[in-house]
Write a protein that binds this ligand. Structure first.
Ligand code: ATP
Ligand code: MG
Length: 257
């Protein structure tokens, strides 16, 4: 069965519009199985400030000390996952919230322990567990935490986690739902960008901050065979009658002469 992985950004979780859920229903009616991965950036920042835990980002990735990890898991699993799962239930989906470190759903290793602490990258996705949810008609909602060695928990950027899931289950699409309509270059929404253009825009600093993990994980998934990735807004309708609104990221288009 064809599937779509949807990464729902913490940036937009509080503002998801009814039209967003209509777009999801449209996709479901077209026979797609849906898998969600969620973020929780702003809620984690708020809680870290409340607990007075210092925090910083490097190229859109959160440096993760053990204290930051504890707060991040509390917020992601205890708050963001619960919220998204409940919203999906409210809109008629049978959603099942699960932590990425449960049943080795996500296994991971350190990305750069010295620089980033407990930030990980996913080395494997337990596909049979995911298939089990899907075969029961359930919509998994996954918290982006991976099991490392010896019980270590690793903080995975949710964009990377979604792209890894999309590759693992051979999804037809991976959609990044965020708080902007897509990638803006010089103030204009780009409906389509290929990997070469994206690399250039990162160099020119026209793609920055939280957009960097989105495009780099998109490019990685595309290089592994995923067709294309969409970046869309959760505040608007992003899909209707087979057409998308947002930025489509794809491999470099061949120019035939
Ligand atoms: N060229 C660009 N076009 C659009 N947005 C950009 C661009 N460059 C940087 N951004 C930033 O990327 C942000 C989206 O990434 P961000 O990490 O903040 O949200 P998210 O990934 O949806 O949420 P979370 O990280 O909580 O899961 C936008 O709000 C915008 O500020
Ligand atoms: Mg982000």
């Amino acid at each position: 069965m064809k599937s779509i992985v949807i990464k729902c950004g913490g940036s937009v979780m509080e503002e998801l519009d009814d039209s967003f859920f209509k777009s999801l229903a449209d996709l479901k009616n077209r026979g797609y199985q849906l898998v969600f991965v969620h973020g929780g950036g702003p809620a984690i920042n708020k809680m870290l400030e409340l607990y007075q835990v210092p925090h910083e980002f490097e190229n859109g990735l959160r440096k993760t000390t053990p204290e930051v990890m504890e707060v991040a898991e509390m917020v992601l699993a205890g708050q963001s996952n619960r919220k998204l799962t409940a919203m999906l239930e409210k809109h008629g989906f049978e959603a099942f919230g699960v932590n990425g470190s449960d049943a080795g759903l996500f296994k991971g290793e350190f990305l750069d322990q010295e620089k980033l602490g407990l930030v990980g990258e996913i080395t494997s996705v337990n596909q049979p567990v995911l298939e089990m949810f899907l075969s029961e008609g359930l919509v998994p909602v996954i918290t982006p935490i991976a099991a490392g060695e010896n019980g270590t928990k690793l903080n995975i950027n949710a964009d990377y986690a979604a792209a890894a899931v999309a590759s693992a289950i051979d999804a037809e699409h991976c959609i990044f739902v965020t708080d902007v309509k897509g990638i803006f270059i010089d103030g204009k929404l780009s409906p389509h960008l290929d990997t070469e253009e994206i690399e250039q825009h990162i160099k020119d600093e026209k793609i920055t901050g939280g957009m960097i993990p989105k495009v780099t994980s998109a490019m990685k998934a595309i290089s592994k065979g995923l067709n294309s990735v969409m970046i869309v807004s959760g505040k608007d309708k992003f899909y209707e009658n087979g057409s998308w609104v947002g930025t489509n990221v794809s491999a470099k288009m061949e120019v035939f002469k």
